[in-house]
Design a protein around this ligand. Structure first.
Ligand SMILES: [Ca+2]
Length: 160
């Protein structure tokens, strides 16, 4: 076991430039998370969480506890994160090192900007109008998005 206290990891990506591992996970009602994963750490579930039961009841009164790692991003209401990518291509210089998280319920992609220390400092939604199942960087440095509708699509993001 490498890390624990996860509820339901849906996106997992390694930054090839830093070897930092990132993961997105679903809460129940609210409390979806982006976590910066380190070996041996506890990420809190189910004793430290911003999520509630689907009925609305408390899962835990604690949102943060000593010895456990807080999420870098909390999504309440849930976006239902899916695939995750760390962008290290040449096609979008402004997005170098950013994280891209698909959203099933939010029907968008969340672009997460990091500071020099590697912490998430800004979030920019990119509306897709469809449930986003996965996002990956292609060998051409472009971004490819899979959608999840009955008429699902593979969409390539090109620079303007
Ligand atoms: Ca957590």
């Amino acid at each position: 076991m490498w890390s624990y206290g996860h509820r339901n990891i849906q996106g997992l990506a390694v930054d090839p430039a830093t070897n930092q591992v990132w993961a997105t996970e679903h809460g129940a009602r609210g409390g979806d998370e982006v976590n910066q994963l380190e070996a041996g750490e506890n990420y809190g579930w189910p004793v430290a969480t911003h999520s509630r039961e689907y009925s609305g009841g408390l899962i835990s009164p604690e949102t943060s506890l000593p010895g456990m790692v807080d999420p870098q991003v909390i999504w309440t209401p849930s976006i239902a994160p899916s695939g995750l990518a760390v962008y290290r291509g040449d096609a979008f210089p402004d997005w170098q090192g950013d994280l891209f998280a698909g959203g099933l319920v939010s029907q968008d992609i969340r672009r997460l900007e990091l500071d020099a220390a590697g912490n998430v400092v800004n979030e920019v939604p990119m509306a897709m109008g469809q449930r986003v199942r996965d996002i990956r960087q292609g060998p051409d440095g472009l971004l490819y998005v899979l959608t999840d509708e009955s008429n699902g699509q593979l969409i390539r993001l090109d620079p303007l």
